[in-house]
Design a protein around this ligand. Structure first.
Ligand code: ADE
Length: 241
């Protein structure tokens, strides 16, 4: 999978050039290409922005430089995403869909935004990472790259993806490692029992319990088995007592 990132601050992307994603790029599973929008300035001072028509604070990125930067990477297979607080809020479903693409172009805004005319012309899919305003689209672009890359085959081990589908839509169950006792707290017996079916059942119930306590609204997006429903009814009963 290839990402082309259109940004005024390519140096911010060190975070996706380390760790798991660096290994994936080294193995040619991913390519994260950073395109500096400033390289497309036609101005002798490399200016890419100007004051807003109508007045007001800040600077607006010119449409012509963004358009030229976009044309330099666009292909028949590319899907264009503009990171903006006005977009649809990113969720795991959208992440999975984006992971099916071969080529994503990520456009990062900065300052007061990008001239509206180029946005109308290139018709990007607009994505936000949450209802808060950041200084630019670079961190959201990194969030998108990281979350999408996990679904590219070989980037993380396939067991992790399988485990995730087991608790699909629910919060994760708690994890433990050595030491067996920490601050008088012992690892749950079932996890040292070696009984795989009991461990599976316990983990499912812990996922349900975590979701019930912390994010009960997530249940409305999930199909639950009879056994799951029975377990949740018991949790409700315990709370009422
Ligand atoms: N740019 C600034 N804030 C943003 C957000 N929350 N999501 C996506 N892009 C942004």
């Amino acid at each position: 999978m290839k990402f082309d990132v259109l940004t005024l601050f390519p140096e911010m992307f060190g975070a996706v050039k380390t760790s798991v994603l660096k290994k994936a790029e080294d193995k040619d599973l991913l390519e994260i290409n950073l395109v500096n929008i400033r390289d497309f300035s036609n101005d002798k001072h490399n200016k890419v922005d100007d004051t807003p028509y109508g007045g007001g604070a800040g600077m607006v990125i010119r449409p012509d430089v963004v358009y030229d930067a976009y044309l330099s990477v666009k292909s028949e297979k590319s899907k264009l995403v503009y990171l903006t607080p006005q977009g649809k809020t990113l969720n795991q479903e959208m992440v999975k869909d984006l992971a099916k693409e071969e080529h994503l172009i990520l456009l990062c805004g900065h300052y007061e935004g990008i001239d509206e005319r180029v946005i109308e012309e290139i018709e990007p899919l607009e994505i936000s990472i949450g209802d808060y305003v950041l200084t630019g689209g670079e961190i959201p672009a990194m969030v998108l790259i990281d979350s999408v890359s996990r679904y590219v085959e070989g980037v993380i081990n396939s067991e992790s993806v399988e485990e995730e589908s087991f608790s699909e839509g629910l919060l994760e169950y708690p994890q433990y490692t050595r030491p067996e006792v920490f601050m008088d707290k012992k690892v749950p017996d079932v996890l040292i029992s070696g009984h795989h079916e009991n461990i599976r059942k316990w983990r499912r119930q812990e996922s349900l319990k975590n979701t019930y306590k912390k994010r009960p609204e997530l249940f409305k997006n999930i199909e639950l088995s009879k056994e799951d429903k029975r377990y949740i009814e018991n949790l409700e009963r315990e709370v009422k007592q």
